[in-house]
Write a protein that binds this ligand. Structure first.
Ligand code: PBG
Length: 333
């Protein structure tokens, strides 16, 4: 499609920018609270809200406070929250058995949220890093993060989350064959409505630093995940990963991190037309907050502009720690 533009002065593109009303009328992309998924950190205890130092404004909440947060999010029109557990070091072991404990922190939070706030969709994270003593997303044997044994554990974790009432399962581990294995297990377990949002194109990124701190992953900042997460130089490979996961039964696909990989978001949406999400990760959030705290950028404007950028690139939604702030701003607008 080639846009037709009359010669000046018949065409004056500034006419379309002259007022708030006209700008609203010609705007091609809009952001609504329905585009947001809010990642939240859950910890043990009762009535606890503990700030994550590297992510100003982000908390680790006990289950009861997480339920309250879910209620607040639902009231703001946010359709989904995504749970990440901060696991007590005493519950980590080489076999990661806490990952599929039906009563682990994450599964308790799912049950309580579904009970108290049935209208909000609950998404989970499937990977072993919150539970492993290595800090890796899979089992380590002789220095190698092993694939197939890890997938078996991820399937157990998936089923425990589905039993607890999760609506969307989010495998963030980047093992091969996990989406198909999880889909098969969900179907045979009678969970045919449980969706899979695959972290299909997840890069080995420096932007995950604050998150690893937030979940208390051991060896956090030094952890090298390059044998399973993608090389930042690759783009065709991302399309192959998305295609593979869709073929294995993923209902939705994700690109992660977000802003540094907007080109990937755009290629994924135009190539497959599948429900496509970006994860604006912890480091992206921390950078925006830090610059705003210094008064170097207008925090509100930068936040809204970034979410718009994801939508404009073709994403159907965004996982973002800014979700409540964005939804609140939209409500006030
Ligand atoms: C790990 C996982 C990570 C994130 C979500 N799931 C970190 C990693 O791969 O080390 C990062 C999210 C963020 O940085 O906000 N399974």
């Amino acid at each position: 499609m080639k846009p037709i533009i009359a010669p000046f002065p018949h065409a004056r593109p500034r006419r379309a920018r002259q007022s708030t009303a006209i700008r609203a009328l010609v705007r091609e992309t809009t952001v609504t609270s329905g585009d947001l998924i809010w990642p939240v950190f859950v910890r043990d205890g009762v009535n606890v809200e503990e700030p994550v130092p590297s992510m100003p404004g982000v908390m680790r909440r006990s289950v009861d406070r997480t339920v309250e947060a879910a209620k607040m999010a639902a009231d703001l029109g946010i359709p989904a929250i995504c749970l990440f557990p901060y696991t007590d070091p005493g519950q980590k072991n080489a076999d990661c058995t806490e990952a599929w404990n039906p009563d682990n922190l994450c599964n308790r939070a799912i049950r309580e949220i579904k009970d108290a706030v049935p209208g909000i969709a609950v998404m989970t994270d499937v990977a072993l890093d919150p539970y492993s003593i290595s800090g890796h997303d899979g089992f380590v044997e002789n220095g190698e993060v092993v694939n197939d044994r890890t997938v078996e554990a991820l399937v157990k974790m998936t089923l425990a989350q589905a039993e607890a009432g999760a609506d969307i399962i989010g495998p963030s581990d980047m093992m091969d064959g996990r989406v198909g294995a999880m889909r098969t297990a969900l179907e045979s377990g009678g969970h045919h409505n449980v969706m899979i949002m695959s972290y299909s194109a997840k890069y080995a990124s420096g932007y995950y630093g604050p998150f690893r701190d937030a979940i208390g992953a051991l060896g956090a900042l030094t952890r090298d995940k390059k044998t399973y997460q993608m090389d930042p130089g690759n783009s065709d490979e991302a399309l192959r990963m998305i295609e593979r996961d869709l073929t294995e039964g993923a209902d939705m696909v994700m690109v992660k991190p977000g802003l540094p990989y907007l080109d990937i978001c755009h290629r994924v949406k135009t190539s497959f037309g599948a429900p496509t999400y970006a994860y604006q990760v912890s480091g992206e959030y921390a950078m925006a907050r830090a610059a705003a705290a210094h008064g170097w950028v207008d925090g509100h404007q930068v936040m809204m502009e970034t979410i718009m950028a994801f939508k404009r690139a073709g994403c159907d939604g965004v996982l973002t720690y800014f979700a409540p702030d964005v939804a609140q701003a939209l409500q006030n607008a």
